[in-house]
Design a protein around this ligand. Structure first.
Ligand code: SAM
Length: 217
């Protein structure tokens, strides 16, 4: 295997893909400087682990583009003491970023092998402020609710009601919403019994499949 300078690759990713595109939250940038993204992909992808694109992680799923992970994290507006729910554990990379910034992270993944793999990488890297569950994340994780923030890392046809129900008043939900082959990254704020949604930008995610998402074909 080539001798790769992961620290240098990570620094360049932060400078050229995140700061250059306007990511400014220092906590987010510091987390990206710390988390070894290559640990979340298979060895055959080490050379492109810090590239400006998603990568395959098995089961037809992907680890998202670094910029999209950063943008979604920034949209959550985390200060440090939050309890966060993620839907779509995937590789576990987004979780590691969240573990660096917030207090407790809960994540739900529908594929058992992805959940187990993410758990073993996160444990190996020393993270302890998280839990992962296998199941249909469109229904949230009721036992650990309420959450200050919720992040959905797969494309949804609409806002899953269960997720809003498990959020604290004033909480934020960041979710790609739209069609199966293209969505709009949306920030939803819970205000009492209502929600306010604002659109951030176009994006493209694998589908959120579940009872309050897309139906399995
Ligand atoms: N956050 C991940 C990371 O950092 O690698 C990337 C997630 S990938 C783009 C989307 C993930 O959502 C996939 O792992 C997929 O299996 C998962 N997913 C899709 N529908 C789901 C559901 N209803 N519940 C839980 N996970 C779901």
């Amino acid at each position: 295997m080539k001798n790769l300078d992961f620290d240098m690759m990570r620094r360049r990713m932060v400078e050229e893909q995140l700061i250059a595109r306007g990511i400014a939250d220092r906590k987010v940038l510091e987390a990206f400087m710390k988390v070894p993204r290559h640990e979340f992909v298979r060895e055959e992808f080490f050379e492109s682990a810090y590239g400006d694109h998603p990568l395959p992680i098995g089961n037809n799923q992907t680890i998202s583009q670094p910029y999209m992970v950063a943008l979604m994290t920034e949209c959550l507006g985390l200060k440090g003491d939050e309890r966060v729910l993620e839907i779509g554990t995937g590789s576990g990379y987004q979780m590691a970023i969240l573990c660096q910034i917030a207090k407790e992270i809960y994540s739900v993944e529908r594929f058992k092998d992805l959940a187990e793999n993410a758990d073993s990488v996160l444990k190996r890297l020393g993270y302890a402020n998280y839990a992962i569950k296998v199941g249909d994340g469109t229904l949230g994780w009721e036992d650990r609710a309420p959450y200050d923030a919720v992040i959905v890392t797969a494309g949804a046809p609409g806002i899953p009601r269960s997720l809003v129900g498990q959020m604290k008043d004033g909480g934020r939900l960041v979710i790609p919403m739209g069609g199966e082959f293209g969505q709009v990254l949306t920030v939803v704020r819970k205000k009492g019994d209502t929600v306010e949604a604002s659109e951030v930008c176009g994006c493209m995610f694998v589908p959120l499949i579940g009872r309050e998402g897309w139906q399995k074909k």
